[in-house]
Structure formats: structure tokens, C-alpha cells
Design a binder for this molecule. Structure first.
Ligand SMILES: O=C(CO)[C@H](O)[C@H](O)COP(=O)(O)O
Length: 221
């Protein structure tokens, strides 16, 4: 199976977590696009979706799925999103699509985070995928120096301005063995909007697309 077919498979499998009549959270990326398409053609009627990006909002609206503002919702049962990497504890790197801040905001509203990913995303330790960090532009150089002091290299993602008018640094050369401590540390550096490690908001479940079908990895809350 191709990577695209695995994404379609897990996008379809995520429908089992959608309760009719509820509001759900929807992430961003090519795997989530497959989920949105599956939801639109499933006939499942939801009360609406809280979206993590302009990209997903536009796709859902074009397919007739109602999109609600995050600040109109007090809680979500489920948030469905992809990942750039996921470890065996459900910790993730996210932000390849530059939507990490809104993704964390919507994940924070949800009781359950369902990660949908093809098997290439499962890793023993986070960090091979360059870690996205959303930053306030005037702080980018200083934050890059902080990563350099850790032995890593941060580069500005060229030509990218996020939905929040900020910039993205992509950080190479990290091996993140203590994701929660790492997330907590980097998040408090001045000018960091969001670090793309999702440990506090780790996945509760991962639907992993493999050559032999969808594997469900359960991590608990
Ligand atoms: O975090 C994300 C966007 O900010 C995506 O979930 C992540 O990049 C995975 O994307 P894809 O499903 O296209 O591989």
C-alpha cells in the first residue's frame, strides 16, 4: 500500500470515534484531509467541527461541514489530527503544516486525542523530524541561539507566516527522550508561541496505518 492509501485507511477508521450530533475537533494535514473527505461522504451528521487551521476550515466548509469558533465551545469529546512523529507513549511532534498553535488550542478543549498516522510516523524517540517551533518574529534569532546551545540547529522556515502572523523555526539535531520536560522548558522561553512537542496534549489513541491494516495503539489519558 502507498503512503497515500495508508492515510486514506486511517482517515476512514477515525469515523468510529465520531459521535453523531456532537461537536468534534479537527486537525490539519494530508491525513486529516482524508478524514474530512471520509466524514463528508459518511452520512454521519455532526453538530459541527472546531477547526485548527484555515486550510481545514475551507475544506470542511466546501464539503458542507459546519465549522464553529473555538471560543463558542466549552469542551469537545474528541480531537482528530495527524502527527509528524509519534512515540510509543503517544507523545508527538506536530507542526509540519505550521498549524501547531491552533492544534494545541483545539486539543486542549478535547477529552480524547485520536492521532491518525501512517506507520512511517512511529518512532522510538522524537526528533528525527525537524521540530517546528512557532515564534514571535523579533525573538527568532535569540531562540535559535538557545537551541544552538543545546547542540541543535534552528532554521527559519522560508516564506511561511502562520495563521497567527508568526514565524516557524525548524530545529534539527534533537533527540527528545523526556518530551514533557522538554515541552515545558521550551514553552517558557520568551517569544516562543508554541513548541511542536505534544506531550501534555499527547494522543490517547493512535490509529496507525500499516501494510496489514489499521493498528490501534492505546495510551490512556
Ligand atoms: O501537525 C500537523 C500540521 O501542523 C500535521 O498533523 C502533521 O504535519 C502531519 O501531516 P500529514 O498528515 O500531512 O503527514
Amino acid at each position: 500500500m502507498t503512503q497515500d492509501e495508508l492515510k486514506t485507511l486511517v482517515g476512514q477508521a477515525a469515523l468510529q470515534y465520531v459521535q453523531p450530533g456532537t461537536v468534534i475537533g479537527v486537525g490539519t494535514g494530508s491525513t486529516v484531509d482524508k478524514f474530512i473527505d471520509a466524514l463528508a461522504s459518511s452520512g454521519i451528521q455532526i453538530a459541527g467541527a472546531v477547526s485548527s487551521s484555515v486550510r481545514s476550515t475551507e475544506r470542511m466548509k466546501s464539503l458542507g461541514i459546519a465549522v464553529l469558533d473555538a471560543d463558542k465551545v466549552t469542551a469537545l469529546g474528541v480531537y482528530i489530527d495527524g502527527a509528524d512523529e509519534i512515540d510509543h507513549g503517544g507523545n508527538m511532534i506536530k507542526g509540519g503544516g505550521a498549524a501547531l498553535t491552533r492544534e494545541k488550542i483545539v486539543a486542549d478543549l478535547a477529552t480524547q486525542f485520536v492521532c491518525i498516522a501512517d506507520e512511517s510516523k512511529l518512532v522510538d524517540a522524537l526528533g528525527k523530524f525537524p521540530l517546528p517551533v512557532e515564534v514571535i518574529p523579533m525573538a527568532a534569532a535569540q531562540i535559535a541561539r538557545r537551541f544552538a546551545a543545546m547542540g541543535a540547529e534552528a532554521t527559519l522556515r522560508a516564506g511561511v507566516v502562520t495563521d497567527n502572523s508568526c514565524h516557524i523555526l525548524d530545529v534539527r539535531g534533537l533527540t527528545i527522550t523526556a518530551p514533557l520536560a522538554f515541552e515545558t522548558e521550551v514553552n517558557q522561553w520568551p517569544g516562543v508561541v508554541t513548541v511542536g512537542v505534544f506531550a501534555r496534549h499527547r494522543a490517547s489513541v493512535c490509529l496507525l496505518g500499516t501494510a496489514s491494516g489499521v493498528k490501534t495503539l492505546a495510551f490512556g489519558q
